[in-house]
Design a protein around this ligand. Structure first.
Ligand code: SF4
Ligand code: SF4
Length: 378
């Protein structure tokens, strides 16, 4: 990633990012500006061999404030590719199982990716809409010990689509989007996953691809065109699709009896893609529903503490506790997420604590409030 001389000159006198970075707050010595300086001015190879590059959450809290419009997460991501080539690897969480899952999907494998959908709703092999399920079936198995059912996100998404008269393509051949590989500096795995996904989606004839996961959405929206050229289909996050289509779909919601809820902006959906209003607009469709904002929301939202299943640390836990406390201070008992990883991290952080914040995905929450038999089943 190239920076102009003007950006570099400005940057060396600035420091806005370090003041707003949640990692810098809990990890003394960590500074995005210093990383830029070490790479571009000092050409310090030690940086590529050290841990600072991996500590960045790529949360974009710095880049949305940067007066010189420097995309620091992207800067760090490109450096990670060089670090990996030097043998400097991230510390993988969960024994590396999710990195292994992504890697084996680059092979010619047979998956039972549609099994979860049987009996839940109707789907097809080809058609106008493609529901990109992402890694939910794998998360579901990996994080059951938390009492979470990640696949419920997919159940609710498919049910909502069906209720709106949409029978999407759900494919056995889909692969991980490659987000985590890309942010871990593993470009080769990312490229192969992307190549297969584009082949599969193109063969389905889809004109619109819908994502319940912000990471898949952002990866397709931003990095796929960069690596593979213009895409022959529209890319929509499910909250965008619902906000656009649901009001005219002839569906109605029951009045809420859940009390107030609050909403966690996922970094990829909010700061990185600018999708702040659709999830909020959807929550406001529920009669007598009350959405209360946390002290830090939208551009200021605090990240859920880790990214790409790596470097989960005391720093991550401190951030998660901070975020959960902030959510509880709103008076809400339910924290709504639009990202499966936020849901997993903010649920995990409550293990062995006295915190009791329900963390519910937005699709399941909406479905529970929907009039009709599916709403009752959710
Ligand atoms: S906010 Fe931008 S210009 Fe300022 S130090 Fe950080 S990266 Fe450099
Ligand atoms: S992306 Fe987030 S974690 Fe990384 S330097 Fe910027 S603010 Fe800090």
């Amino acid at each position: 990633m190239e920076l102009t001389q003007r950006q570099i000159d400005y940057c060396m006198e600035c420091g806005v990012c370090t003041g707003s970075c949640p990692v810098s707050r809990v990890m003394p010595g960590f500074s995005p500006r210093q990383i830029i300086k070490r790479v571009l001015i000092e050409e310090d190879e030690d940086l590529l061999r050290g841990r600072d590059l991996w500590a960045c959450l790529s949360c974009a809290r710095c880049s949305v404030r940067c007066p010189a419009e420097i995309d620091f997460p992207e800067f760090a991501r490109v450096c990670r590719e060089k670090a990996r080539k030097l043998g400097n690897l991230p510390q993988e969480s969960h024994h590396g199982i999710l990195q292994a899952v992504a890697a084996f999907q680059t092979f010619d494998i047979r998956q039972k990716r549609t099994e979860w959908a049987e009996g839940v709703g109707t789907f097809r092999d080809s058609g106008e809409y493609f529901y990109f399920v992402g890694c939910l079936p794998y998360f579901d198995v990996t994080f059951r010990y938390l009492g979470l059912s990640s696949i419920e996100v997919a159940h609710s998404t498919l049910t909502l689509l069906n209720r709106m008269g949409v029978e999407p393509v759900v494919s056995n051949e889909e692969r991980c989007c490659g987000h985590d590989a890309l942010w871990s500096g593993d470009e080769a795995t990312f490229r192969e996953l992307g190549r297969i996904n584009l082949e599969v989606i193109t063969a389905s004839g889809a004109k619109t691809v819908i994502f319940s996961c912000p990471e898949g959405y952002f990866t397709f929206k931003h990095h796929y065109p960069e690596y593979f050229g213009d895409l022959p289909f529209e890319v929509l996050h499910m909250t965008e699709f619902l906000a656009r289509e649901l009001p005219g779909a002839g569906l109605s919601f029951r009045p809420s009896s859940n009390g107030a809820v609050t909403y966690q902006d996922p970094c990829r959906l909010g700061r990185m893609a600018g999708v702040y209003d659709p999830p909020r607009d959807l929550l406001r469709l529920i009669p007598e529903g009350r959405l209360v904002e946390m002290e830090r929301s939208r551009e200021n939202a605090l990240c859920c503490g880790t990214s790409a299943w790596m470097e989960c640390s005391s720093c991550s836990k401190a951030m998660q506790m901070e975020r959960l406390s902030e959510a509880l201070r709103t008076g809400a008992h339910t924290l709504i997420t639009a990202c499966p990883k936020c849901q997993i991290h903010l649920t995990c952080a409550q293990e062995n604590t006295d915190l009791k914040m329900k963390v519910v995905d937005i699709y399941t929450f909406l479905l529970q409030q929907l009039d009709g038999k599916e709403g009752e089943r959710a």
